[in-house]
Design a protein around this ligand. Structure first.
Ligand SMILES: *[C@@H]1O[C@H](CO)[C@@H](O)[C@H](O)[C@H]1NC(C)=O
Ligand SMILES: *[C@@H]1O[C@H](CO)[C@@H](O)[C@H](O)[C@H]1NC(C)=O
Ligand SMILES: *[C@@H]1O[C@H](CO)[C@@H](O)[C@H](O)[C@H]1NC(C)=O
Ligand SMILES: *[C@@H]1O[C@H](CO)[C@@H](O)[C@H](O)[C@H]1NC(C)=O
Ligand SMILES: *[C@@H]1O[C@H](CO)[C@@H](O)[C@H](O)[C@H]1NC(C)=O
Ligand SMILES: *[C@@H]1O[C@H](CO)[C@@H](O)[C@H](O)[C@H]1NC(C)=O
Ligand SMILES: *[C@@H]1O[C@H](CO)[C@@H](O)[C@H](O)[C@H]1NC(C)=O
Ligand SMILES: *[C@@H]1O[C@H](CO)[C@@H](O)[C@H](O)[C@H]1NC(C)=O
Length: 561
């Protein structure tokens, strides 16, 4: 069933075995769907600037993959904690074997478990229909993983796009799927005055940017169209895309032409200030013995053993993007208010109960709730907190998880309030704001709300963060976030995958070829959301929690530190 493996690990092999059982349902007779005749066993070849790539034929999908292609010099040794640099020399002997995913970047958390990690991780993968030639000029989807900027990798089996590309061939709208690794955690986002002085902040975002340049220079060699690149990401991946949309205002070279943002906006992850992060850096510098080192603290950190750096930086908690005055020129709320963004077609959405996994828990009174807000947003004014207590009242029937009536959560009688507020701040208000602004800038905008709990989600979670990923990828593999097997799950996945492909291919989700789905209105004509569940596909007016979301929009920096 499965051709040669990327890593050959027992885990992957077992997964492939299990996956085989799912194929018949999702992938009916792949061979009959071949877009064009091809020799599926030959190793595909592509000639990029740095040399010749020898890829992998995925015969059962009738696809070809070029995996683990370096798009930067390995950010190790002297290059650790510096902005990425393009390769200065071609591949050894002009050839590179591109048949396996590279190790992923070192990170903290379950997304990294089970994958080989290495600092030498800045690679890109290209997946295309078999037989694609340079003349085809296929639209390109450029996937950026999430993971809170702390974890994640392009080899993650939940982001296996073989079913997406397969469906694109079936629809007669073939696309190419590109994914990358970028640095995360301390190696990607360590924050210190010393790094600021060097211009070496937000490194993971600059990695993404360099990879986008790589696509501009090389994707035509695979048969992709550099003028039709759609960014696509979830969570921190979506946050990243929001930053690229705001980056450098309107002045940057167009590196992309459309954007799909799932469960994110530019303010989803708050920005730490130098005042809060410098002491953390100093604790780290002390713990590693690098503080006061002769050649300078950064030179010492660049020479540290990865394990030492990892353990000590990790002990200092999470490291995330900061306002650097360059790629992130200002707080996103300022950029949005000034309407400084790259105007491109936008598909953006959020899940109903985003806040269920994030809201502060264990709250049993209004004063508990107020204290939790003050702790989470220390710079928030008291008058703002007072207003939030009114807007998120002690009424479980309007709290999150939504639609669960008067019952309270076992973790705390006021927890539905904080779930609701956290979800709105991190996801919903920014989603609506960006939809409105891009529509006002006369760009096609398509907004959605995903309202389908995962198959094993509890009532406490509802339709939580990440739930839509399995549907969008139509991915039947038994992963942490498996596609459900209930009536309607497969159809829902088919619809969403097809709409995403249609957007990537045509700039509108409506050429999806699935029967029985209502038309997705352009936000310019009708501010509405496509509302997804396995039982019903509907369109709703985008007016839920109108007052709350409008108020959050007025807060600006109060929410962003
Ligand atoms: C997706 O998973 C299937 C089953 O394990 C595998 O055959 C295929 O190579 C994977 N595709 C990619 C792009 O990794
Ligand atoms: C496919 O390519 C391989 C390697 O180039 C070659 O040996 C084989 O004969 C080809 N098969 C067909 C059906 O063309
Ligand atoms: C390698 O490829 C990169 C990305 O396209 C390009 O910027 C660089 O000039 C190439 N270098 C060499 C020596 O081929
Ligand atoms: C870094 O440290 C974390 C937390 O101790 C651990 O989970 C992770 O595997 C480490 N990563 C590497 C690359 O050593
Ligand atoms: C770092 O170590 C120096 C010297 O021991 C000490 O004075 C300083 O307070 C320490 N800083 C932090 C943040 O721990
Ligand atoms: C609120 O109640 C829950 C459930 O009884 C309890 O676990 C939690 O500790 C309480 N929180 C506070 C702040 O007392
Ligand atoms: C805001 O409220 C807190 C907690 O009630 C209080 O300690 C603080 O003094 C108040 N700040 C102002 C400026 O009123
Ligand atoms: C759902 O099942 C997957 C696979 O067994 C598991 O990894 C995941 O943690 C489960 N999710 C919940 C919310 O229990």
């Amino acid at each position: 069933m499965r051709s040669s493996s990327s890593s050959g690990s027992a885990l992957v092999a077992l997964a492939a075995l299990l996956a085989a059982a799912f194929f018949p349902a999702v992938l009916a007779s792949p061979v009959s769907l071949l877009a064009r005749s091809t020799n599926s066993t030959a190793s595909p070849v592509a000639h990029v600037r740095n040399g010749t790539l020898h890829g992998l034929s995925l015969a059962s999908f009738s696809q070809e993959a070029f995996l683990g292609i370096p798009y930067a010099q390995p950010p190790v040794g002297e290059l650790r904690l510096r902005r990425p640099r393009a390769l200065e020399s071609g591949f050894d002997g002009g050839q590179l074997d591109a048949k396996a995913y590279s190790p992923i970047c070192p990170g903290i958390g379950s997304d990294n478990w089970g994958y080989e990690q290495s600092e030498d991780c800045l690679t890109i993968n290209v997946l295309r229909p078999a037989g694609t030639t340079a003349e085809d000029r296929l639209p390109v989807a450029f996937w950026i993983y999430g993971g809170g900027f702390s974890q994640g990798g392009s080899a993650d089996r939940r982001y296996n796009a073989s079913w997406v590309v397969h469906r694109s061939i079936e629809m007669g709208k073939p696309i190419m799927f590109v994914s990358i690794n970028y640095r995360v955690s301390a190696l990607g986002f360590l924050h210190a005055n010393e790094l600021r002085a060097e211009g070496n902040l937000n490194l993971g975002l600059y990695d993404q940017r360099l990879a986008l340049h790589w696509v501009q220079e090389n994707i035509a060699a695979f048969g992709g169209d550099p003028r039709r690149v759609t960014l696509w990401g979830e969570s921190a991946g979506g946050v990243s895309i929001a930053h690229h949309l705001l980056a450098y205002g309107l002045t940057s070279t167009p590196l992309f032409h459309g954007a799909i943002i799932e469960s994110a906006h530019a303010g989803t992850v708050a920005f730490p200030s130098p005042e809060t992060d410098q002491p953390r850096f100093e604790v780290f510098a002390n713990a590693t013995g690098c503080a006061g080192s002769d050649g300078g603290v950064l030179e010492c950190v660049r020479g540290l053993d990865l394990d030492v750096l990892n353990q000590t930086a990790t002990a200092e908690g999470r490291w995330v993007p900061v306002v650097d005055g360059d790629l992130i020129a200002s707080y996103p709320s300022d950029a949005l208010n000034a309407r400084k963004f790259v105007p491109v077609p936008l598909l953006i959405g959020a899940n109903t109960d985003e806040g269920s996994a994030f809201g502060s828990k264990g709250l049993n009174s209004t004063s508990d709730f107020a204290a939790a807000i003050a702790a989470r947003w220390p710079q928030m004014q008291n008058s703002t907190i007072e207003r939030l207590l009114e807007l998120y009242p002690n009424d479980p029937s309007v709290g999150c998880p939504y639609g669960t009536g008067d019952g309270v959560l076992p973790s705390g009688t006021h927890d539905k309030r904080s779930n609701s507020l956290w979800g709105d701040v991190m996801y919903h208000f920014g989603r609506r704001w960006m939809a409105q602004l891009f529509a006002e800038a006369d760009q096609p905008v398509f907004s959605y709300r995903y309202n389908q709990p995962a198959e094993n989600a509890t009532v406490l979670l509802g339709t939580a963060h990440f739930a839509e990923v399995a549907s969008v990828f139509s991915n039947p593999l038994p992963t942490q976030n498996p596609l459900g097997s209930r009536p309607g799950d497969a159809e829902l996945a088919r619809l969403m995958t097809s709409q995403w492909i249609s957007f990537i291919h045509d700039g509108t989700p409506n050429n999806h070829g699935v029967d029985g789905a209502p038309t997705w209105p352009d936000y310019r004509d009708e501010p509405s959301n496509y509302l997804y569940s396995r039982k019903e596909w509907e369109v709703e007016r985008d007016d839920y929690r109108q007052e709350q979301l409008a108020f959050l929009r007025t807060l600006g920096w109060e929410l962003q530190q």
